[in-house]
Design a protein around this ligand. Structure first.
Ligand SMILES: NC(=O)c1ccc[n+]([C@@H]2O[C@H](COP(=O)([O-])OP(=O)(O)OC[C@H]3O[C@@H](n4cnc5c(N)ncnc54)[C@H](O)[C@@H]3O)[C@@H](O)[C@H]2O)c1
Ligand SMILES: O=c1ccn([C@@H]2O[C@H](COP(=O)(O)OP(=O)(O)O[C@H]3O[C@H](CO)[C@@H](O)[C@H](O)[C@H]3O)[C@@H](O)[C@H]2O)c(=O)[nH]1
Length: 429
């Protein structure tokens, strides 16, 4: 099939690579000229495991262009993957979706299946359908489908090729789209959840809200564990064996970040408010998450006399491992707070780059060793695999002070303490 992808960011590029791998001809459109120019030069603008390899392997099935008209001309399927960031009040900014739909309306002259893969608030896709009609696109020339994406950054290609489900939201009168969607994803073996447009949109929000809730739940349990002297690792393991709870997403730490959970939980909260519902649970989830970094700054303040005198090595800048994405990264938030507290911060990350707006007392080092050299405190802020395999004898020799804050609970206490270092974890002393 010929497919046009509008928005060549994390989701668009991954979708393009996977669909090309499945044998489709894919036209990738983005309004960002630099991005398209880079892609045409063979440079992949994001770090995502296996993405570069899969794009190179399928290069003859991929076209990168700024021209939506070219993509639309060739493709009968148009997948919208543009960003849907937060507005300042927490509602979703639909400007990019709106502009993609406006452009699309100008170019449709044969039947298209328009797939909304971007995460949008319930009711949006139906509104987009109405807008296309109002812009003069006759209803026999298009169908619109809500098909949210559930990939995780850092394992995006794997997640798409091995999806646990494909969610498809259809309009009640749409008899055409389901077989098209099944052909599009032929080669991915998983259950289909067929629902209404709003049902599909809600599944995406509920999924992210539930996962964020699990994280805030375990972080709250970690606070209580610290107070009563229990170990959160044991608690997570103990509850995780119960199949009704499950072992996943129970890793206590600095809280959730990234381009999805913070904005989607906020957006769902706003959707509830707009329906005169007070979303008590969503509010609590965010309250816990938003206070997690401060809590660990306070713990450091209690551990040293004057935090402002400290030189701190922060290992990790990305919001999670295996990505260079720093959007809403708790690690970056922590670095900013330490900088505001007057500390000298030396940050290191294998892939992510620090935002240039940081203060002069914050530097990013090229190597982990440079970050650690002479540090009073070392903090693990992102649980990259390479931080879990450190030589702590060597680290101890390089450091000036004894404190290691494992803010992602990814180290073994005894590995640290055996060299005379002081271990602080999350919910485990
Ligand atoms: N990042 C993820 O892990 C993830 C996972 C699932 C769902 N989502 C959802 O998918 C959507 C995209 O997320 P992302 O992280 O890929 O965003 P992104 O910011 O990385 O990419 C969006 C791209 O769209 C382009 N764009 C914006 N308006 C355009 C237009 N009118 N025409 C052409 N291109 C346009 C931008 O230039 C950018 O390259 C969001 O709704 C997000 O919530 C993201
Ligand atoms: O037990 C856990 C699991 C995750 N996190 C943190 O939660 C955030 C999000 O992690 P993750 O969900 O792995 O990454 P994302 O790439 O943001 O993926 C989420 O957001 C995407 C965008 O909507 C969805 O498609 C995915 O299904 C959903 O997992 C990161 O800061 C993690 O460090 C924890 O603190 N503890």
């Amino acid at each position: 099939m010929n497919v046009c992808i509008v928005g060549t960011g994390y989701v668009g590029l991954t979708t393009a690579a996977v669909l090309a791998e499945l044998g489709h001809q894919v036209y990738c459109v983005d309004q960002n000229h630099d991005k398209i120019e880079q892609l045409n030069r063979g440079y992949i603008p994001i770090y995502e495991p296996n993405l570069k390899e899969i794009i190179e392997k399928n290069r003859d099935r991929l076209t990168f262009t700024n021209g939506l008209d070219l993509g639309i001309k060739h493709a009968s399927i148009v997948i919208i993957c543009v960003g849907t960031p937060s507005l300042t009040d927490g509602r979703t900014d639909l400007t990019y979706i709106q502009s993609a739909i406006d452009h699309l309306a100008l170019h449709i002259d044969s039947y298209k299946t328009i797939i909304i893969k971007s995460t949008v608030p319930p009711g949006t896709t139906e509104q987009l359908y109405i807008q296309l009609l109002e812009k003069g696109v006759p209803n026999h020339l298009f169908s619109i489908v809500a098909n949210p994406e559930f990939l995780r950054e850092g394992s995006a290609i794997f997640d798409m090729l091995h999806a646990d489900k494909i969610v498809i939201g259809l309009r009640p009168d749409d008899q055409r789209s389901l077989p098209i969607m099944k052909s599009l994803y032929a080669g991915i073996s998983c259950p289909y959840v067929i629902t209404s447009l709003t049902g599909a949109e809600m599944i995406k929000y509920a999924s992210n809200a539930f996962l964020a809730t699990k994280i805030s739940f375990i972080n709250e349990m970690a606070r209580i564990c610290d107070a009563v002297g229990a170990n959160i690792h044991d608690v997570a393991k103990g509850i995780g064996y119960d199949p009704r709870i499950g072992p996943h997403f129970l890793q206590a730490g600095l809280g959730y970040g990234g381009s999805c959970f913070p904005k989607d939980v906020k957006s769902l909260e706003q959707v509830a408010h707009s329906q005169k519902i007070t979303p008590h649970l969503l509010q609590a989830v965010q309250l816990i998450n938003d206070s997690q970094v401060n809590l660990y700054i306070q713990k450091l303040q209690q551990a040293v006399n004057h935090l402002s005198d400290q030189t701190i090595a922060v290992l990790g800048i990305a919001f999670k491992p295996n990505t260079d994405d720093t959007r809403h990264s708790p690690a970056e938030h922590l670095i900013r707070k330490l900088s505001e507290a007057g500390c000298i911060v030396r940050a290191y990350d294998p892939k992510a780059k620090l935002d240039s707006s940081h203060q002069p007392n914050v530097t990013q080092t090229d190597t982990l060793q440079e970050a650690v050299e002479g540090a009073d405190i070392l903090i693990i802020a992102t649980d990259w695999q390479e931080f879990q395999q450190l030589n702590w004898r060597e680290i101890k020799a390089r450091m000036n002070g004894p404190i290691v804050l494992d803010a992602r609970n990814c180290l073994r206490r005894q590995d640290i303490e055996q060299w005379g270092l002081q271990y602080i974890g999350v919910g485990c002393g």
